[in-house]
Design a protein around this ligand. Structure first.
Ligand SMILES: [Fe+2]
Ligand SMILES: [Fe+2]
Length: 358
């Protein structure tokens, strides 16, 4: 279903600085964690692999990659109207997500420096990459005469506390899904160059390799803490995080299908591909993956998509807030019910996937 509700123009905090998008359950989150617990982590079981990934980070393959060249040296005023609004939104959301990674990794690097220098080094090197990614996206926003005040964002956003193990599950998945999102867009545009209406997408090939390496770092960290992967709690949490990440992306992207259409992608097909690939990748480390090819999987997701369209229509209506809340209640219940149905669907234990190409 296409969202046809009228969207307001971006608001400015001051000249050229965009008011950050309102925080909702679907916007990128900022995280904090228990730094002491993380610092005390014993990595010895998998230290060699962790050191090997850090050596890859240090090689810094993308040191000279994020440089704006002549491809950006032109006016982008022809991207206008709704397409322009969607572009700004895409750049802002991507920049916020990258910056959120930067802040978390930077803080971990700082707090762990003396007690767990190996872990701190890994986080510092990842924060270097995320700073480049966020900076490059923020600079791209200036092509549309806006940018984000990242200092303001740091102070104004709320931070979600996650215990270290949840940070591992969530960031591992967000790095891997980030990899699949970037590489899928890159490959599509490489095959269909006429759809490449803005040069940032041409940078995604090398860029996504940073995300892939970051995901591998968390993969190695989780393997150093086998208790995070091999008991019943791990199986329940893996299901929860896989589902949360997939549902959030699907609802976000379908709401913005117009953006994907601008670059010649069908948001639904794009998301299904990214979900399948990320689920397969996760099977290398998680004890199970979701059965995303089950006939009802997307049926439940589509019900949530329809519900979100209804919720936005209620938000846009001229009605007292309490009436809106009452109208929203059954829709929230329906979303909760669909999420539960999805969560209870029989997952696929990873051993069953041994021997298949993943
Ligand atoms: Fe990144
Ligand atoms: Fe990353």
């Amino acid at each position: 279903m296409v969202d046809t509700l009228k969207k307001p123009e971006p608001q400015e905090l001051r000249d050229g600085i965009k008011v950050p998008a309102k925080e909702t359950v679907l916007t990128p989150r900022f995280y904090t964690t228990d730094f002491d617990e993380m610092a005390k982590m014993d990595l010895s079981v998998n230290e060699d692999e962790i050191r090997a990934i850090i050596a890859e980070f240090k090689a810094d393959y993308n040191q000279k990659h994020f440089v704006r060249d002549e491809r950006f040296d032109k006016s982008w005023d022809h991207i206008d109207g709704e397409t322009r609004r969607l572009f700004i939104e895409f750049l802002e959301r991507s920049c916020t997500a990258e910056f959120s990674g930067f802040l978390l990794y930077k803080e971990l690097g700082r707090r762990l420096k003396t007690i767990n220098p190996l872990l701190a080094e890994g986080f510092n090197l990842m924060s270097r990459d995320e700073a480049r990614h966020a900076g490059f996206l923020n600079k791209a926003m200036t092509d549309f005469k806006l940018s984000l005040d990242l200092g303001f964002l740091t102070k104004s956003r709320s931070y979600t506390f996650f215990k270290p193990k949840f940070i591992f599950y969530a960031t591992y998945l967000s790095e891997k899904i980030g990899y699949w999102r970037y590489i899928t867009i890159y490959r599509h545009l490489a095959a269909n160059p006429d759809d490449c209406v803005y040069p940032i997408f041409e940078f995604f090939e090398n860029w996504c390799q940073d995300e892939n390496r970051h995901g591998d770092f968390f993969d190695a960290l989780m393997r150093s803490q086998p208790q995070l992967l091999n008991d019943w709690k791990a199986r329940l949490w893996a299901r929860f995080f896989l589902l949360s990440v997939f549902v959030t992306m699907y609802l976000n992207d379908l709401q913005r299908s117009g953006f994907y259409a601008t670059i010649g992608l069908d948001a639904r097909e794009y998301d299904k591909h990214v979900i399948k690939k990320t689920n397969d990748s996760a099977g290398r480390v998680f004890p199970l993956v979701l059965n995303v090819e089950h006939p009802s999987f997307y049926g439940h997701l589509e019900e949530c998509v329809d519900n979100c369209v209804k919720l936005r229509a209620i938000d846009a209506a001229e009605q007292p807030e309490f009436i809106k809340t009452i109208r929203k209640l059954p829709i929230f219940l329906s979303n909760g019910f669909n999420f539960l149905r999805l969560y209870l669907m029989k997952p696929i234990p990873t051993e069953q996937l041994e021997g298949t190409v993943r």
